[in-house]
Design a protein around this ligand. Structure first.
Ligand code: NDP
Ligand code: OXD
Length: 306
C-alpha cells in the first residue's frame, strides 16, 4: 500500500513517523509535485494539483471532521472521502461548549469585570428553565455536546436533517421544524457541517427567531454565519452575545470588529483540535479495513456533502 501525505498547514514529519509506525508494511511519503501514484492519501485542504495528478487514488483520509475544504475540490473519480469520526474531538467540543454556555448563563464575565474593579456585588440568579440551549447538528460532536449540556440540567433542543433520538433532548428535524427549533432556544450552538444547504444559515432571519437575549456559539465553520447580521442583532439588543471559534477568514484579520466587540468572545479555531496520535490510530485502522475490503465508519456521502 502506497500512502501519500498532503496536508496544508500541518507539520508533516510527526505524521509520517506515526503513520509508518502504525502501518509498517505500507510506504508513506510526503507528496511532492510529480510523485509516483499512491493508493490512498492522508489529506487536509490539499491543492487541486495533487488531486489532478493522482486520479487513481482509492481513498482520501481527511485529518479533520469537517470535509468542506475537500468537497470544494475536483476529486479523483471514485475515490472515497473518509473523515475523522471523533478521534478525541467530541470531549474537547463538549468542554468548550459547556464552558461557553455556563460562562454566559452564570455571568462570569460580569463577575470578573466587577472583581477587577474591586467590587463585591451579586447578580440575580437566572433560571435554567429560561436558558434552553439549541444544538444544530446531532452528529458525532453535536450529540456529545447535547448530552454534556444535559448533565448541567439545561433544557436542550437538538436539530438534525433526519430525526435523531437523544435521551433528554427535544428533537427537531429538517427544514419543516427549523423555525420551531429556533423559537424554542435562547442559546444556539452550531455544530453543522458546511454544505451548500447550511452555508449562511446563521443570518438575520434565523438568529432573530431565537428567544430575546439570545446567545450564539459557533464552533462549526465561519461560512455558516453572516457576520454583519450578527453585529447588527447585537447592536439592536436582540442577541446578548456570542462565542465564536471559527470565522469566514482565518486567521481573523487584524481590523475585524469581532476582535474588540465587548459582547463577543473569540478563540482561534481551537474548540476541538485534531489529536495526532488518536487520528493516526483511527486512520491506520481504516486503511487496514480498506485493504481487507471491510466496512468503515466516516465515509462521506458525496451528495449530502458530509
Ligand atoms: P457529523 O457528520 O457527525 O454530524 C453532522 C450533523 O449535522 C448530523 O446530525 C446531520 O444530520 C446534521 N446536518 C447536516 N446537514 C444538515 C441540514 N441541512 N439540516 C439539518 N441538519 C443537518 O459531523 P460532526 O459532528 O463530526 O462535525 C460537525 C462539524 O463540526 C464538522 O463538519 C466541522 O465543520 C465542525 N468541526 C469544528 C471543529 C473546530 O475545532 N471548530 C473541530 C471539528 C469539527 P443527520 O444526523 O440527519 O445526518
Ligand atoms: C475539523 C476542524 O473539521 O478541526 O476537524 O475544524
Amino acid at each position: 500500500m502506497k500512502i501519500a501525505f498532503c496536508c496544508t498547514d500541518t507539520k508533516a514529519e510527526p505524521w509520517i513517523t506515526g503513520l509508518r509506525a502504525a502501518l509498517p508494511d505500507a510506504s508513506v511519503e510526503v507528496w511532492l509535485p510529480g510523485a509516483p501514484p499512491a493508493d490512498c492519501a492522508v489529506v487536509w485542504a490539499p491543492p487541486q494539483q495533487f488531486l489532478d495528478e493522482q486520479p487513481q487514488l482509492k481513498a482520501l483520509f481527511n485529518i479533520g471532521a469537517g470535509v468542506d475544504a475537500l468537497m470544494r475540490r475536483r476529486l479523483p473519480p471514485g475515490a472515497l472521502v473518509v473523515r475523522l469520526d471523533d478521534a478525541g474531538m467530541s470531549v474537547q467540543m463538549a468542554e468548550y461548549v459547556c464552558h461557553a454556555v455556563i460562562r454566559h448563563f452564570r455571568e462570569f464575565d460580569g463577575y470578573e469585570a466587577d472583581v477587577k474593579q474591586g467590587r463585591w456585588s451579586y447578580r440575580k440568579p437566572r433560571s435554567r428553565a429560561d436558558c434552553p440551549v439549541g444544538v444544530m447538528g446531532l452528529g458525532v460532536l453535536g450529540e456529545r455536546v447535547a448530552r454534556a449540556l444535559r448533565v448541567f440540567e439545561f433544557p436542550v433542543n437538538g436539530w438534525s436533517r433526519s430525526p435523531r433520538a437523544v435521551e433528554g433532548v427535544r428533537g427537531f428535524a429538517g427544514t419543516a421544524q427549523f423555525h420551531d427549533f429556533l423559537a424554542a432556544s435562547r442559546v444556539l450552538v452550531n455544530l453543522l457541517p458546511l454544505t451548500p444547504d447550511t452555508q449562511d444559515l446563521l443570518n438575520r432571519d434565523t438568529l432573530s427567531r431565537l428567544q430575546p437575549g439570545g446567545y450564539l456559539i459557533n464552533v462549526a465553520r465561519g461560512a455558516h454565519l453572516v457576520e454583519n447580521d450578527l453585529l447588527a442583532l447585537l447592536d439592536e439588543g436582540h442577541l446578548a452575545g456570542a462565542t465564536l471559534d471559527v470565522f469566514r477568514t482565518e486567521p481573523l484579520p487584524a481590523a475585524h470588529p469581532f476582535w474588540t466587540h465587548p459582547n463577543i468572545t473569540i478563540t482561534p479555531h481551537t474548540s476541538a483540535r485534531t489529536l495526532r496520535d488518536e487520528s493516526i490510530a483511527q486512520i491506520a485502522g481504516k486503511i487496514r479495513a480498506l485493504e481487507r475490503g471491510e466496512p468503515m465508519a466516516g465515509i462521506v456521502d458525496p451528495v449530502r456533502g458530509y
